[in-house]
Design a protein. Structure first.
Length: 389
């Protein structure tokens, strides 16, 4: 079998890249390790920057997001039981769209089906060969049979635990990492959100976040110890703890209910450089991870996809390799800025084990500065809305 671009991974990065390329007449085969049902059962953040919204329209998959997505023109930051608003519209004339990543992934699967583009699920033992040659190929097992695809390029969109990144020889790759000493316990519940906009709360008992998926579906998180497991947290204990950490008026008005999903996620910052090795390109979580505090994971995947799509288009349209040659440097320049933002939001809002009284005062001072300074709020809004690409 032969195609132009093999895409490894059927998460948002792989699906969006595939959609953009297919619409340009560039042939792709997408390989996904899990079943479609498994991929669509994953619950992930759903805050979309305008850049991603535009890209979804460009890919022809923006319709449902446009209809059902919620426009948010600000967020609340809370500390010491009071909140203040970062007004995106006033500060930077922008907004984000709240639309679940699961829904976005569903739209992309439907669009790929409609195009009749090749997509194999439950592939096993994916191996990349010859990425540093003119003739790369991908070998794998599907339906019990060994298969091979020859191609021009390989897009490694296979997430943090995929095979693509580790195909790049260790002596050609640098990795930068910070693992945070806590996790987020998340609950999805069929209840109206406590606030029309997201609330990010710093509290002496730890961070809390009030988010949502729709006007009747809420998503809440609390910072927990890394050793905690989900079974330890009953729904009642979760709601009690959340209420203690958010401002009183929110705690009093929150509607609680049974959890539909409850899970603990670790927090990590990670970047692998470079994002290209020969004819293999890394996209999204395969190359970098951010802690969820700035909602940047999905949006960074989108800017990678944009740069790679543009580069491949230039190559196929005009034989011009400049776009793919610049891919890694361009993508990484944006990745590092979002890493910085996500790291700074995480540092600002969480309690760290062993934090000194000095560290606590620094957090407090930074929150008070943010509360009182329009310049500081503008910097936060600019980053939250997403730097240009
Ligand atoms: N072969 C084929 N598929 C693989 C392999 C493999 N060896 N390893 C992993 N995969 C698949 C996973 O099953 C997953 O569906 O690759 C996909 C990667 O998807 P994501 O982890 O969602 O990563 P990405 O598409 O880059 O999305 C980035 O979405 O998942 C969130 O936190 C993430 O918000 C970020 C954004
Ligand atoms: C979410 O809704 O899951 C969410 C929103 C904002 C974040 C992180 C997660 O910063």
């Amino acid at each position: 079998m032969r195609t132009q671009v093999v895409i490894i991974g059927g998460g948002p990065s792989g699906l969006l890249l595939g959609q953009l390329l297919q619409r340009q007449g560039i042939d792709t085969v997408l390989l996904e390790r899990h079943s479609r049902e498994y991929v669509l059962a994953r619950i992930r953040a759903g805050v979309l920057e305008a850049g991603l919204v535009n890209l979804l329209h460009e890919a022809g998959v923006g319709e449902r997001m446009q209809r059902d997505g919620l426009q948010h023109e600000g967020i609340y930051l809370a500390h010491s039981n009071r909140g203040f608003r970062i007004d995106f519209r006033r500060l930077c004339d922008g907004a984000v769209t709240v639309y679940g990543q699961t829904e976005l992934t569903r739209d992309l699967y439907q669009a790929r089906d409609a195009m009749g583009a090749a997509m194999l699920h439950q592939v096993d033992q994916v191996e990349i060969h010859g990425a540093d040659s003119e003739r790369p190929q991908v070998n794998f097992i599907h339906d019990g049979r060994a298969r091979r695809i020859d191609c021009d390029f390989i897009a490694g969109c296979d997430g943090f635990h995929g095979v693509s990144r580790n195909t790049i020889p260790a002596d050609r790759r640098s990795q930068f990492e910070r693992v945070y000493p806590f996790g987020w316990l998340g609950v999805l519940s069929q209840t109206p959100p406590v606030s029309e906009e997201l609330i990010y709360a710093s509290h002496e008992r730890g961070f809390a976040l009030c988010s949502m998926r729709s006007p009747s579906l809420s998503r809440y998180y609390i910072q927990v110890a890394l050793e905690d497991n989900v079974q330890q947290w009953s729904d009642a204990e979760f709601w009690n703890e959340l209420k203690r950490r958010i401002p009183h008026d929110a705690a009093e008005s929150i509607v609680t209910g049974d959890s539909i999903e409850k899970s603990i996620a670790p927090l990590r910052s990670f970047v692998a450089e470079p994002m290209r090795w020969g004819r293999l390109f890394l996209c999204g979580d395969a190359a970098h991870i951010v802690p969820p505090t700035g909602a940047k994971g999905l949006n960074l995947a989108a800017s990678d996809v944009y740069y790679l799509w543009r580069g491949l288009r230039q190559y196929y349209d005009a034989g011009d390799t400049r776009g793919i040659d610049d891919y890694s440097a361009l993508a990484l320049a944006r990745v590092w800025k979002a890493e910085r933002f996500s790291w700074s939001m995480t540092n600002l809002l969480h309690r760290f084990p062993g934090q000194s009284p000095f560290d606590l005062r620094m957090q407090q001072a930074q929150l008070e500065y943010l509360e009182s300074s329009s310049a500081a709020q503008t910097a936060l809004a600019e980053n939250y809305l997403g730097l240009p690409y």
